[in-house]
Design a protein around this ligand. Structure first.
Ligand code: SF4
Ligand code: F3S
Length: 235
């Protein structure tokens, strides 16, 4: 079958703004969108379209982009036969498109405050060995441990588009993973950062982030749990 593929492109050496380019690509009905992006028709020589793919097996989520206007992953998306013979591919809305639908995750991840990604264990240095998890245990934060920090959630969040200072769901999910771990002794510090002006309060429970997450994490629930912990800490 032949696919009518339109890609939003941007060449920083020639273009002042992104533009659509059209390709006719031969495809098997079982091909993934990623297979199409690798075809010679789309990657002719030095005008190759740049995009992220990393693991290329639908696990890492680094290839998040808009497919037919919806958040998707070219390595994971269903076969071409179900996506359709007419297709558009563009960067995720919150990431700036450069040479093609690559997006820029570095800018999104700057929102992960220093130290959030590292646990600070109670009793560290005391020689206590492996510390057990107290209370409700791991079940409390099990879901957020699945995060791979791909930032697809933040780049798909309308609140982040409107307010790029918003710390964003990726950072909150990563903080959640430690805040509710009884062994972490920096929970207060993390909550303080998240309670700031650009913290959790920008979330309007829009749920785009949940649709975009390749790990199926209940992001909105995690954000509400963090907001609840901030309020609880203040009362
Ligand atoms: Fe990626 Fe999901 Fe983690 Fe967001 S919560 S960074 S979408 S894995
Ligand atoms: Fe954004 Fe997700 Fe909240 S899309 S507004 S972080 S529920």
């Amino acid at each position: 079958m032949q696919v009518d593929l339109r890609i939003l492109r941007f060449d920083p050496e020639q273009d002042t703004r992104p533009h659509w380019e059209r390709y006719k690509v031969e495809a098997e009905p079982t091909d993934r969108v990623l297979d199409l992006l690798h075809r010679g028709e789309v990657r002719p020589g030095r005008h190759a379209c740049t995009f992220r793919r990393s693991c290329a097996h639908g696990i890492c989520g680094s290839d998040a982009m808009l497919i037919n206007g919806r958040n998707g992953w070219p390595a994971r998306s269903a076969s071409i036969s179900s996506v359709g013979a007419r297709m558009t591919v563009a960067p995720a809305a919150g990431s700036a498109g450069r040479e093609g639908p690559r997006g820029r995750h570095g800018g999104l991840l700057r929102q992960v405050p220093a130290g959030h990604a590292l646990p600070r264990r109670r009793g560290a240095g005391s020689g206590a060995g492996t510390a057990p998890v107290a209370g409700r245990g791991r079940a409390r934060y099990d879901d957020t441990t699945k995060c791979i920090l791909c930032a697809a959630c933040t780049s798909s969040c309308p609140s982040f588009w409107a307010q790029p200072e918003y710390i964003g769901p990726a950072a909150i999910v990563n903080a959640h993973r430690f805040i509710f771990d009884s062994r972490d002794e920096a929970a207060d510090e993390r909550l303080e950062i998240l309670a700031e002006r650009d913290g959790v309060w920008h979330c309007r429970t829009i749920f785009n982030c949940v649709d975009a997450c390749p790990r199926g994490i209940k992001i909105t629930q995690a954000i509400l749990e963090v907001s609840g912990a901030i309020v609880e800490r203040r009362t």
